[in-house]
Design a protein around this ligand. Structure first.
Ligand SMILES: Cc1cc2nc3c(=O)[nH]c(=O)nc-3n(C[C@H](O)[C@H](O)[C@H](O)COP(=O)(O)O)c2cc1C
Length: 227
């Protein structure tokens, strides 16, 4: 059977439960990077929690986004609450060596528990923000809240502007800003409790229009639309 014969199963999101929409989204939008987000409350108590509704949305200004689902009783998660109060957060990228510690940070501890201590991770004071970064993380992005979107009654999408970055020195060239992605060993989240590593990488340069036209001509194919 060819892949064309398999067909696709259609889901009308208007007729799906919240849980089913969630399952289809996290199962299909893969892999999602993981932000281990550090924040502090108004008393300086540190909080850390992982978020895989996370991505970079813009380079300049440098904007990242996290999607925070509030608790079932619509109380804020500590991360969402702390960002409301301080308007700051730090995204710590999760690598292979940090996955177990990251998972401990997802335990729903009471607000006064320091997840970093529980997970054996080391807090380093922030430079541009009041929240700490995580020493073990290959890269940390210090962010100031840029915009918060209330999405339905239970979710917030928080955009942060990156105001400073710390990248492990063996993984970045400070002159040309090239990041050695193989050394980063970043981990992505799949559906359910599954994860993906970034060990299997490949390069695929973007094709210029000129190169594409040359390719077609080499194959003796017409290019009526050639500029
Ligand atoms: C890999 C991973 C990704 C997660 N992604 C999200 C997410 O995108 N949004 C969310 O609200 N919770 C997410 N969670 C659950 C939170 O980390 C969890 O609710 C945590 O206890 C919240 O902590 P806080 O109350 O200290 O902010 C994720 C958990 C794991 C393990």
């Amino acid at each position: 059977m060819s892949s064309a014969d398999v067909g696709h199963t259609h889901f009308d999101f208007a007729h799906l439960s919240g849980r089913d929409k969630y399952k289809l989204i996290i199962g299909t939008v893969i892999p999602r990077p993981i932000a281990l987000v550090t924040t502090v409350d108004e008393n300086g108590i540190v909080n850390a929690a992982p978020f895989s509704f996370f991505n970079a949305l813009s380079g300049d200004p440098a904007i990242v986004a996290i999607g925070v689902e509030n608790k079932a009783n619509v109380d804020f998660k500590d991360t969402g609450r702390n960002i409301r109060v301080t308007e700051q957060f730090t995204v710590n990228i999760v690598d292979d060596a940090m996955v177990e510690a990251m998972n401990i940070c997802a335990v729903p501890f009471p607000p006064d528990v320091d997840e970093l201590e529980m997970a054996g991770l080391t807090a380093v004071p922030g430079v541009h923000v009041g929240c700490p970064r995580i020493l073990q993380s290959p890269a940390s992005l210090e962010c100031k809240r840029y915009l918060t979107l209330a999405v339905g009654k239970s979710r917030e999408i928080i955009l942060g502007e990156v105001v400073g970055a710390f990248i492990r020195s063996d993984s970045v060239d400070p002159t040309n800003k090239h990041v050695d992605q193989a050394r980063m060993q970043a981990v992505g989240r799949l559906g359910g409790h599954d994860y993906a590593s970034t060990k299997d990488q490949f390069t695929l340069p973007t094709i210029s229009l000129e190169d594409w036209i040359t390719k077609l001509k080499n194959k003796n194919m017409a290019t009526e639309w050639e500029p």
